[in-house]
Design a protein around this ligand. Structure first.
Ligand SMILES: *[C@@H]1O[C@H](CO)[C@@H](O)[C@H](O)[C@H]1NC(C)=O
Ligand SMILES: *[C@@H]1O[C@H](CO)[C@@H](O)[C@H](O)[C@H]1NC(C)=O
Length: 253
């Protein structure tokens, strides 16, 4: 059981299962104006260097995808170009206890910073949705340092962003995800990054499906659906961390 789970994990992270790839880069985007997205966080495994995106939601919490829960996570705040990283901040990962890799589900994680961020012009938080059912603007933007081509290793040193349009929920399928579709969008390396609609972050980059020639459907964790869990974790991270570990052990046994 645990071995199968591990194999599924490796498959999804390193490449693509048939038709499904975990995200890694913005395809078809443009360079963001340096520091114009001050909530954006660069995340990396300090040993394997595997990257993800994330975003600051409180002085002491970064939100990202649960499939970015690598072993040696470090977060970097206020980054524009990943060639010039500031000192990294160590974190305690709190993945959603029901997260699963295959099929991908509940792909959301909070990272509690060991040292809270000092907010300034280049390091700021972004607003979360206020209620589960609030109207979402369909004009959204997604950003990251991931691949600039779906099929080639082509990460970007500078942050890139692209406009995307939300699909109607009836065309997306589940209540815990939201979708965009088209040729442009997030790719490998953009996982965990924010889908920003208006001034609010509504989604977390999770994975994409190659639907047909030039059509890619991207799926994002629907943040509003997880508000009770988010508020509970941020109120009492120590208790939740314990429960998360218990959940993990149950799964491995
Ligand atoms: C803002 O904070 C970041 C991270 O703590 C730091 O690297 C940066 O130098 C600060 N910027 C300013 C303008 O103080
Ligand atoms: C996204 O759309 C806005 C207007 O809605 C525009 O100002 C902006 O330049 C667009 N960004 C990109 C990356 O195309």
């Amino acid at each position: 059981m645990s071995i199968l789970w591990l194999i599924a994990t490796l498959l999804l992270l390193h490449s693509c299962a048939p038709g499904v790839c975990m995200h890694h880069g913005i395809v078809g985007g443009k360079d963001s104006i340096p520091h114009s997205r001050p909530y954006m966080v660069y995340i990396r495994d300090s040993v394997t260097r595997k990257p993800c995106g994330g975003f600051l939601v409180r002085e002491n919490f970064v939100m990202t995808a649960a499939h970015c829960n690598y072993n040696h996570l470090m977060v970097y705040l206020g980054v524009s170009n990943t060639h010039h990283l500031p000192v990294g901040v160590a974190v305690h990962p709190i993945p959603h206890p029901k997260f699963s890799m295959s099929p991908p589900g509940h792909d959301i994680m909070l990272l509690k910073l060991e040292t809270p961020a000092a907010l300034n012009k280049t390091v700021k938080t972004i607003a979360l949705p206020k209620t589960e059912n609030e109207e979402i603007s369909k004009n959204c933007m997604v950003m990251g340092w991931g691949q600039q081509d779906y099929d080639k290793m082509s990460p970007s040193w500078v942050l890139k962003e692209v406009n995307v349009t939300l699909l109607d929920s009836k065309n997306c399928g589940t209540i815990d995800t939201i979708c965009t579709e088209g040729y442009y969008g997030p790719s490998v390396g953009d996982s965990g990054g924010p889908l920003v609609c208006g001034d609010v972050v509504q989604g977390i980059v999770s994975y994409y499906i190659h639907e047909s020639k030039n059509i890619y459907r991207s799926r994002y964790t629907h943040i509003a659906h997880y508000l009770p869990w988010i508020h509970q974790v941020m109120k009492n991270p120590n208790q939740l961390q314990h429960e998360t570990w218990k959940g993990k052990l149950d799964k491995l046994i």
